[in-house]
Design a binder for this molecule. Structure first.
Ligand code: NAD
Ligand code: DAU
Length: 368
């Protein structure tokens, strides 16, 4: 275990434990949390290819953030962290998250998403069981999950509600579905105070450039092909990551124990629309020089072989979280995507540090 000690964390303050907090959504969550609260964060992350400590440059010397390099599947480590830091909540972001990688190699997905979540729950159950009554009642385990557990929608089908049947289609979504069931069972059987959120596709700062939006920005700037799987008419419901973080904070504060909340961006778009929109923004913000062989980034769009088992459409009905908790996304796609493209243009140094040899090997393997 590598631990950066946090020093004096302020008497009387509660603490939260975040897992997977060095990944895309987790690091946005930690940064946003500490911007709005004095409550310290213990951040447990295995630092797989998807986890990056450079995301926390702005938190350097901030003793409210304690980073611990470790595995959610390491029961003795998680139990020790819980006892040492006495958190009032655990927010579980840790996962293998990329569908295409789950198709090439599902093992890590089963290990972290299923076994890891199970072992984390066991540690939390042991810790929570020994808490004094008041702390026990206030404790929460919030499990961050995905809309992919509900499977694929036909074009005219209603959006996913929390009671939709689970029909996961990829090894990734099947592993997340399994984890959701285990979390649910720990509430039903042991009364562990859990909350589950199922969210749609996120985009924003710090997203690893294996996922559609940052991959397209990265390739476009290098004048490389912009790969579209199949016909590009698959639909996703895009949510700005800052809105996902505010939804999680709202559910943590006001969600009813044992309940599930769908989180979406009210923003269904086809992949090809997304890529065209990115090209338009880049054409304006980073025009191609007149001596290049192309005039617009959209000339780089290239349709390639489809993803096996590719889900056609996801869409979230976010009525429950709005009516029960009062949460709605603050960003439109226009505002969120503009911020995102600007962030990547302003943070090319971050991207360069991310696209290491391992990243290049993945790209060669996936897009050869
Ligand atoms: P990510 O891949 O960017 O980050 C995952 C993080 O988990 C990484 O920092 C990684 O190092 C860490 N991790 C992996 N295995 C671990 C282990 N065994 N122990 C501790 N840490 C480990 O993923 P993300 O996009 O930030 O997604 C975070 C969570 O949100 C995941 O649970 C994912 O299923 C869910 N989710 C993601 C999206 C999305 O669009 N990205 C949408 C809905 C739900
Ligand atoms: O719906 C929530 C899920 O969204 C999360 O649970 C996952 O962790 C997250 O990775 C994301 O899954 P997707 O498979 O939808 O995201 P991805 O960015 O990989 O792909 C978005 C769409 O774009 C999908 O239809 C596949 C397509 N695509 C993706 C890549 C990487 C392409 O056409 N070309 C590509 O090169």
């Amino acid at each position: 275990m590598c631990s950066i000690p946090c020093g004096n964390r302020g008497a009387g303050l509660m603490t939260i434990l975040v897992t997977g907090g060095a990944g895309f959504i987790g690091s946005n969550f930690v940064i946003d949390w500490l911007a709005g609260s004095e409550e310290p964060v213990i951040n447990l992350d295995l630092l797989t290819y998807a986890g990056n400590l450079i995301n926390f440059a702005a938190l350097k010397n901030d003793d409210r953030h304690t980073f611990v390099n470790g595995d959610i599947g390491d029961s003795s480590l998680t139990f020790q962290l819980l006892q040492q830091h006495n958190p009032r909540a655990v927010i579980n972001f840790a996962a293998e998250s990329h569908v295409d990688r789950s198709i090439h190699g599902p093992e890590d997905f089963m290990q972290t998403n299923i076994i890891g979540t199970f072992r984390l729950l066991e540690s939390v159950r042991g810790y929570w069981g020994d808490l004094p009554d008041a702390e026990k009642a206030n404790f929460r385990f919030l499990h961050v999950s995905t809309d992919e557990v509900y499977g694929s929608l036909d074009a005219d089908a209603p959006a996913f509600v929390e009671t939709n049947r689970y029909e996961p289609n990829s090894p990734y979504s099947a592993s997340k579905a399994a984890s959701d069931h285990i979390v649910r069972a720990y509430h039903h059987t042991y009364r562990l105070p859990v909350l589950t959120t199922n969210c749609s596709n996120n985009y924003g700062p710090f997203q690893f450039p294996e996922k559609l939006i940052p991959l397209i920005i990265h390739n476009a700037l290098a004048h490389k092909p912009l790969p579209i799987y199949g016909d590009g008419l698959q639909i996703r419901d895009w949510l700005y990551v800052g809105d996902h973080c505010s939804a999680i904070r709202a559910v943590l504060a006001n969600g009813t124990v044992g309940e599930v909340y769908n989180i979406g961006g009210l923003n269904e778009m086809t992949n090809i629309e997304i890529v065209n929109r990115l090209c338009d923004i880049l054409d304006k913000l980073r025009p191609i020089s007149s001596d290049a062989s192309i005039c617009s980034y959209c000339e780089l769009i290239t349709h390639i072989k489809d993803r096996p088992g590719h889900d056609r459409r996801y869409a979230i009905d976010a009525t429950k979280i709005e009516s029960a908790i009062g949460w709605r996304p603050a960003e439109t796609f226009e505002t969120g995507i503009r911020k995102t493209v600007e962030w990547y243009l302003d943070n090319q140094e971050w991207v360069e540090q991310i696209v290491t040899g391992g990243y290049r090997r993945w790209i060669e393997r996936q897009y050869a």
